[in-house]
Ligand binder design. Structure first.
Ligand code: C5P
Length: 223
């Protein structure tokens, strides 16, 4: 059961991995399953929000589609995710949950790269745009509160709280959520630490949907 704390609110969410093409059949991606982002989408719909879910390639059904409260945009690359997200940035809350590739391939080949004996091709990378940073730059103040209220995610191998909070300040966002590893990727379970300017709060290990519901209620109080 979710309290209907987001009725009349628009929630934008990025979820899943991105895929950076090398050629028409190959590419670079990561192990994000999209489960956490999709769980947040479900919890936001339950709380009464109108949700726009922007998903990288992941094999998950759109939650609660029949409610009419959720629309989904499927994207492949970080660039596409950036474009789709920026044009939907006029929202009350933005959850940047996607594991966006930091680098794309400068010039993906139009045709499949052929083997050249035992020589390997060298790939040139370009830095991808930081979607969260760019959405945060568009944030305005509405009724004394940031609009959209941007929530970032962080997965770190060490000193999670310190690094996550540094990330929060660098991206100039009010809240960041740390994934307390090590078994986040693909798992139905997770454990979170929620950090804002007033301090941090742990959400104990639970199903991602249970965590998402708690997170939604925390964020609802901020907007
Ligand atoms: O900077 P870093 O990738 O560690 O930050 C993670 C947070 O930033 C996540 O919320 C992720 O969704 C977001 N991000 C993004 N666009 C990128 C890289 C990260 O929105 N290109």
């Amino acid at each position: 059961f979710q309290k209907k704390t987001l009725v009349g609110k628009k929630v934008l969410i990025t979820a899943g991995p991105t895929f950076e093409a090398i050629d028409p059949v190959r590419g670079i991606t990561n192990h994000s399953s999209g489960k956490m982002g999709f769980a947040i989408a479900r919890a936001a719909v339950e709380a009464g929000a109108q949700v726009h879910l922007i998903a990288g390639p992941c094999d998950l059904d759109t939650p609660l589609l029949a409610t009419g409260q959720i629309t989904r945009t499927n994207v492949v690359s970080a660039k596409e995710m950036h474009e789709a997200t920026l044009s939907a940035a006029d929202s009350d809350v933005f959850f940047a949950v996607a594991a966006v590739a930091d680098w794309g391939i400068a010039k993906p080949a139009k045709e499949k790269l052929k083997r050249q004996g035992n020589q390997a091709p060298s790939l040139e990378f370009v830095a991808n745009p930081d979607i969260l940073l760019d959405v945060a730059k568009t944030a305005k103040t509405k009724g004394g509160k940031p609009y959209p209220y941007c929530v970032g995610f962080a997965a770190e191998s060490n000193d999670l709280e310190k690094h996550a909070n540094e990330k929060r300040k660098r991206k100039d966002i009010p809240m960041i959520v740390g994934n307390i590893g090590p078994d986040t990727f693909g798992s139905d379970l997770n454990q979170l630490i929620v950090i804002d300017a007033s301090g941090s709060k742990k959400i104990a290990k639970a199903e991602k949907l249970q965590l998402a519901r708690q997170l939604i209620q925390l964020v609802a109080k901020k907007i």
